[in-house]
Design a protein around this ligand. Structure first.
Ligand SMILES: Nc1nc2c(ncn2[C@@H]2O[C@H](COP(=O)(O)OP(=O)(O)OP(=O)(O)O)[C@@H](O)[C@H]2O)c(=O)[nH]1
Ligand SMILES: [Mg+2]
Length: 450
């Protein structure tokens, strides 16, 4: 049990007005606080309708109170939930009553942090609580709930077990140095390392997909002024996000819009058109365009199909980050009375569209999705789980260590060393070896009351 005697309280429902709102209290004084506020005897997990009163015995609200005794609660501590009317003022009054009876205000994510510290969840499951709350698409929510159910943790723990078994075997070899090589051969260390490596690769691929569902893909719309970037942005966003005029240099600040294509979050940025200009404001806008290009995963380079001088293409190519994918969008095909189409020659993908009447927008969505799907490798949608950059970095470290172990197979002490590095790295995912800094960082990103 967590060695922290403080009892915490927070409004756990979203800020704003709603039918009901919940104030949650967790810690060893939760029941005493509930008694002070409600003056009823509470049975475990039984909803009681009652009045909520403050220290001066003034009635604040009427509602339901439920008591979840430790350890069978979300945090593993005693929890009391007050379900009052969902108004900001009334919920704050109930919260203040809890504070006046001895609770302290919960920090962001503190309930979930306590659940983690009391072994109700491992770290990756705790992270998926925040990911589920923040999920921006259905697919992201599904993968977060899978992580919360432990799909990811089960995979990591099974990998960890195999890794630990192998490490113990190799360490045992070290105690009998004259029989090193023989032991390695006997234990099929080589084959086991390769199997582990395959397992890590598989999880890594799924994790990359999970990260994509969580974080989405950044797509920048760039090109010379007036080619129709803002028009395409508005078509993709299905609303008028950016101003469109026939005046070149209309867009100055980058304009962002989050859309979803088949469940994948896509973060679009419409940018200021690239050209040489003396206009100070436009110049600053163009600087921001280059920044957007550097950040993008996918760049849509728009070109007016009736006028392609390709002046900026080389410069753009130089600025593109490693791994960035580009699509050339030839816009305004209506002017040439052409049909929307995709054309791929010498590895250059071109889509011919008309942003003014929406012709070919579906093709743009399809090709973006194709690039994303090509990246993600994974096909099993049921097995999806949520993953974060830190999980992917840890898995990459494991892979690197296993590769080094294979390379040093004839030196058991080096194999043991690499297996230890791999084991530590893997344990960080579930939180067995996690610094306070990392915990602070992870739980700090939660909302208050969760
Ligand atoms: N005929 C035709 N006109 C288009 C098409 N797409 C955009 N336009 C027009 O081209 C002009 C410029 O469009 P915008 O979407 O503002 O172009 P932009 O690339 O965002 O321009 P800047 O913000 O100035 O860099 C507007 O008059 C649009 O109506 C198209 O597919 N066909
Ligand atoms: Mg524009």
């Amino acid at each position: 049990m967590l060695n922290d005697s403080s009892t915490i309280a927070a409004i756990s429902t979203a800020k704003g007005v709603g039918g009901i709102g919940v104030v949650r209290v967790s810690g060893k004084h939760a029941l005493k606080i509930a008694k002070n506020i409600c003056n009823v005897d509470l049975s475990p997990r039984v909803a009681e309708f009652t009045s909520f009163k403050d220290k001066k015995n003034v009635t604040l609200d009427q509602g339901i109170v439920i008591y979840f005794p430790a350890p069978a609660s979300f945090t593993g501590e005693d929890i009391v939930e007050f379900q009052g009317h969902g108004g900001v003022v009334v919920l704050n009054l109930i919260l203040n009553a809890c504070l006046s009876f001895g609770a302290s205000l919960a920090e962001p994510g503190e309930f979930t942090k306590r659940a983690f510290l009391n072994n109700k969840l491992d770290l990756s499951q705790a992270e998926s609580v925040a990911d589920l709350i923040n999920a921006s698409t259905e697919a992201a929510a599904k993968s977060a709930i899978n992580s919360l159910r432990g799909v990811f943790s089960i995979k990591i723990n099974s990998l960890l077990k195999n890794l630990t078994d192998l490490r113990m075997f190799v360490e045992a070899c070290l105690d009998f140095p004259e029989e090193d090589i023989n032991f390695i051969d006997q234990g099929k260390v080589d084959k086991k390392l390769k199997n582990l490596n395959n397992d890590v690769s598989e999880i890594l691929n799924s994790a990359r997909h999970g990260q994509l569902l969580r974080d989405g893909v950044k797509v920048a719309l760039i090109g010379q002024p007036n080619v129709g970037k803002s028009s395409l942005m508005n078509q993709l966003a299905k609303e008028s996000k950016a101003i469109v005029t026939e005046i070149p240099g209309t867009t100055r600040d980058p304009i962002k819009s989050d859309i979803s294509i088949q469940g994948i979050p896509i973060h679009l940025t419409d940018t200021a058109g690239l050209r040489d200009t003396e206009d100070i404001v436009e110049k600053l806008g163009i600087e921001k365009t280059w920044e957007s290009i550097k950040e993008a995963d996918i760049t849509l380079i728009l070109v007016d199909v009736t006028d392609n001088d390709g002046r900026y293409e080389d410069k753009i190519k130089k600025e593109l980050p490693k791994g960035n994918k580009t699509i050339i969008i030839k816009n305004k095909i209506d002017l040439l009375k052409q049909k929307a189409r995709v054309d791929e020659q010498h590895n250059v993908l071109q889509i011919f569209i008309s942003a003014i009447n929406g012709d070919g927008i579906k093709l743009v969505e399809k090709e973006i999705l194709k690039i994303v799907r090509r990246e993600e490798h994974s096909s099993n949608q049921e097995d999806l789980f949520m993953a974060r950059t830190r999980h992917i970095e840890a898995l990459e470290k494991v892979k690197h260590a296993l590769n080094k172990a294979v390379f040093n197979l004839q030196a058991p002490e080096l194999v043991a060393e690499e297996l230890m590095i791999a084991q530590k790295s893997l344990s960080k995912i579930t939180g067995e070896f996690s610094s306070d800094d990392l915990l602070g960082q992870i739980f700090g990103q939660f909302c208050i009351g969760k």
